[in-house]
Design a protein around this ligand. Structure first.
Ligand code: CU
Length: 111
């Protein structure tokens, strides 16, 4: 095998790697913020999937996620018609709430 051929094979392997490393099939689950509730209030997804939060209320909501490790992630304010997409790379149970309306709660189980 010539040196050029070896380099060509190495280049092909490098180009193919990102495709092989990509998640098999990341899915997106829709959650609505409607009538001061998360709808649905519980979803189960796979690690690597995303959740798209949509605000269908004519008021501002917030997305705050309490992570399984005890930390909390404030994903910001969600206004009418706006979407906030959050990825969940690690398994565990995540509790989501709205800082503005404390009764708004939901759970995301990541398998
Ligand atoms: Cu709210």
């Amino acid at each position: 095998m010539s040196r050029v051929t070896v380099h060509y094979i190495a280049l092909l392997a490098l180009l193919a790697f990102p495709i092989l490393a990509a998640p098999a099939c990341a899915a997106e689950t829709a959650v609505d913020q409607r009538d001061l509730e998360f709808v649905p209030d519980a979803v189960t997804i796979k690690a690597g999937d995303t959740v798209r939060f949509t605000d269908s209320d004519h008021i501002t909501h917030n997305i705050t996620i309490d992570n399984p490790d005890g930390t909390s992630s404030d994903k910001g304010m969600d206004t009418f018609g706006q979407d906030i997409v959050v990825g969940f790379p690690k398994p565990g149970v995540y509790h989501v709430h709205c800082k503005i309306h404390p009764m708004m709660k939901m759970a995301i189980t990541v398998k």
